[in-house]
Design a protein around this ligand. Structure first.
Ligand SMILES: [Fe+2]
Length: 271
């Protein structure tokens, strides 16, 4: 299933695989000014090919190498459209065989296994038809993650970097300490609107980033205090965030509250 939403000069395509008539999990790609930001999961390839044949894509940017962001790269490569990503993402996009064996069942079911495609390092900025997009390296969700900033319109295309003000779930391979540093870095720039690959779009965007950072800083301090009192990660999670929701079970623990607490604990400096 792919649904379209119009945000003025920005077009959003929300993509997800229907299972028993329901879309359990979706992600969004954005088309703006000749750029396609991410290409979506392989599980919607047929529908994506139909939709994108009518859209004038000049360049593709992958915000990071995850399977739901690169699954339709090949379609654009076959049309001679160049694909760009952070230099750390390039080998992972060009050779997914390096990491797809680690995909969990839910990822294979919902997103599919991405084929290899050819990407190139993106550099510090990328030109659209009429705007220039600054490339900001924002590791945390993954080490190769980038955001694109268009300063004239105040647009921040944030990939999986932001997602919401009160994020309680973390993937098992995310690093919350790096994510907090990346959020702090984003606050050095000016922007008004955040376009997330979750499909959510946030106005009053800098305040949202600041709120997310504050929420995680408070949680971090509370986690440190409880760890010093001898509580383990599970007890800290239950006390600060409550029990896991259904997503933790559906993803075999890959997305969980416990991952967030454990990532806080592993970012406490050791003497
Ligand atoms: Fe991701």
């Amino acid at each position: 299933m792919i649904t379209y939403s119009d945000y003025g000069e920005v077009s959003q395509f929300l993509m997800g695989k229907e299972i028993n008539g329901k879309v359990l999990y979706s992600m969004a790609v954005y088309y703006v000014d000749g750029l396609l930001i991410d290409t979506g999961p392989k599980t919607v390839t047929e529908e994506a090919r139909n939709i994108f044949q009518d859209i004038q894509v000049k360049k593709v940017v992958n915000t990071h190498h995850h399977e739901d962001h690169i699954g339709n790269n090949l379609y654009f490569q076959e049309k001679g459209i160049p694909i760009f990503a952070h230099e750390l993402a390039v080998p992972l996009i060009n050779q997914p065989s390096m990491w797809i064996s680690r995909l969990l069942e839910y990822q294979k079911l919902v997103w599919g296994t991405p084929p290899a495609s050819i990407s190139s390092p993106i550099g510090d900025s990328i030109e659209g038809n009429k705007y220039r997009f600054k490339v900001i390296h924002t590791p945390g969700h993954s080490l190769d993650h980038i955001c694109l900033l268009e300063e004239k319109n105040g647009w921040l295309f944030a990939g999986d970097m932001f997602l919401g003000e009160k994020v309680k779930l973390l993937r098992s391979d995310e690093n919350v300490g790096l994510s907090m540093a990346s959020l702090t870095k984003l606050l050095n720039y000016e922007f008004n609107t955040i376009f997330c690959c979750s499909g959510r779009v946030f106005d009053n965007a800098k305040q949202c980033v600041s709120d997310k950072l504050s929420w995680w800083k408070i949680l971090y301090q509370q986690t440190v205090q409880m760890a010093e009192q001898g509580y383990d990660a599970t007890v800290i999670r239950d006390k600060l965030l409550g029990e896991e929701n259904a997503l933790a079970q559906l993803t075999e623990g890959d997305m969980s509250k416990l991952n967030l607490i454990q990532s806080f604990l592993s970012s406490i400096p050791t003497e």
